[in-house]
Design a protein around this ligand. Structure first.
Ligand SMILES: C[S@@+](CC[C@H](N)C(=O)[O-])C[C@H]1O[C@@H](n2cnc3c(N)ncnc32)[C@H](O)[C@@H]1O
Length: 329
């Protein structure tokens, strides 16, 4: 079965003239947003706000800065899929849809809006979803590493960017299989953390980006996570859980406004925008608490990464994977 989506696996051509790439590389996450919610529910650390329930389980903040970044990332992934919210090919709205680690709930809300006959359930550790939602969308707070107790069986299960939240991936996929109706689709979106890539020799061997990613993935491993999984690892584990693989797409996502082609440059600029706070979100807690760096050392590395993206000298990109699988009928 084909969704007619073509992964962009061709090399990304760099633009020689970066004067109009509209990236200023300024602006960092700040901790000065409003503190209207109960202070007891949160932990403040190194200038960012983390949800208390996530402590020890998930290392990224849940403050407004992070919520904005998650929403921008959602936009990037819509762009990457040519405007599609999902590649699961349903003839009519699926009955029950699950969004694992829903974050701000933006995917669940968009899916529910586009599929009014579906009931969409978004689950997360942190209560950062809106209160006023479409009648067919609901949010639940739960840890997806625990035994799943959903009262529905699902026809579509979506999971995007859970690499920093799931320790036991085989069990995660097994629980998906148990929670899926026969014929249901699972859609898994993850990205490569084995290193930044570059096709034209502009990324030096000692690039700050790979220094950052090595420190971050090292700390993730210490925390019991598996950041170095590859597309083949995910597809194997999904198959082992009992699913049949339908598609395993790979995209090159440019980091910065260096590409020549308009669409790739737009994607790169959006990525660069989210990276202004993303490097910090991803790794501040891990580098200070896990890798043993001081807050000052960490800030220096993060600053260098942000400046490096803004400079656009290194034509770097990341691989991102979109795997669609189906439970046999
Ligand atoms: C990087 S965000 C991705 C959010 C959303 N999937 C998206 O693509 O916009 C990861 C989310 O997963 C949640 N999360 C991490 N570990 C989790 C767990 N064990 N159970 C439930 N949610 C979890 C986090 O709280 C966070 O909101």
């Amino acid at each position: 079965m084909s969704t007619e989506l073509q992964p962009n696996s061709d090399p990304i051509e760099a633009d020689d003239d970066l004067s109009d790439s509209a990236y200023d590389g300024d602006s960092r996450a700040s901790s000065t947003q409003s503190l209207t919610e109960s202070i007891m529910e949160h932990v403040y650390e190194n200038g960012r706000r983390y949800h208390a329930k996530s402590v020890g389980r998930y290392h990224q903040p849940s403050d407004e800065t992070e919520q904005d970044r998650l929403d921008l990332t959602h936009h990037i992934f819509l762009e990457l899929l040519g405007g599609k919210i999902s590649i699961a090919p349903f003839d009519q709205d699926p009955n029950y849809v699950l969004d694992c680690g829903t974050g701000t709930g933006i995917w669940a809300l968009d899916y529910g809006d586009l599929h009014p006959a579906s009931t969409v359930v978004g689950v997360d550790l942190a209560p950062i979803q809106p209160n006023y939602v479409y009648p067919n969308v609901r949010f639940e707070l739960d840890d997806l590493e625990l035994q799943w107790t959903f009262k529905y069986k699902f026809d579509l299960i979506h999971s995007r960017h859970m690499i920093a939240g799931i320790k036991d991936w085989p069990r995660y996929f097994e629980q998906m299989y148990e929670a899926a109706n026969p014929g249901a689709y699972v859609e898994i979106v993850e990205h490569d953390m084995n290193g930044y890539r570059c096709d034209d020799g502009t990324m030096p061997e000692d690039t700050i980006f790979n220094r950052w990613i090595k420190l971050t993935t090292g700390a993730m491993e210490k925390a019991g996570l598996s950041p170095l999984l590859t597309k083949d690892d995910y597809t194997r584990m999904i198959k082992d859980a009992g699913f049949e693989i339908v598609e395993a797409l790979e995209f090159r996502l440019p980091c910065g406004g260096w590409p020549k082609r308009k669409r790739e440059r737009y994607l790169g600029l959006c990525w660069a925008e989210q990276a202004k706070t993303g490097f910090e979100s991803y790794s501040k807690s891990l580098l200070v608490n896990g890798a043993g760096l001081s807050a000052e050392e960490t800030d220096e590395i993060l600053e260098e990464c942000i400046k490096g993206v803004a400079a656009q000298k290194e034509h770097i990109y990341v691989l991102t994977w979109h795997i669609l699988a189906r439970k046999p009928l």
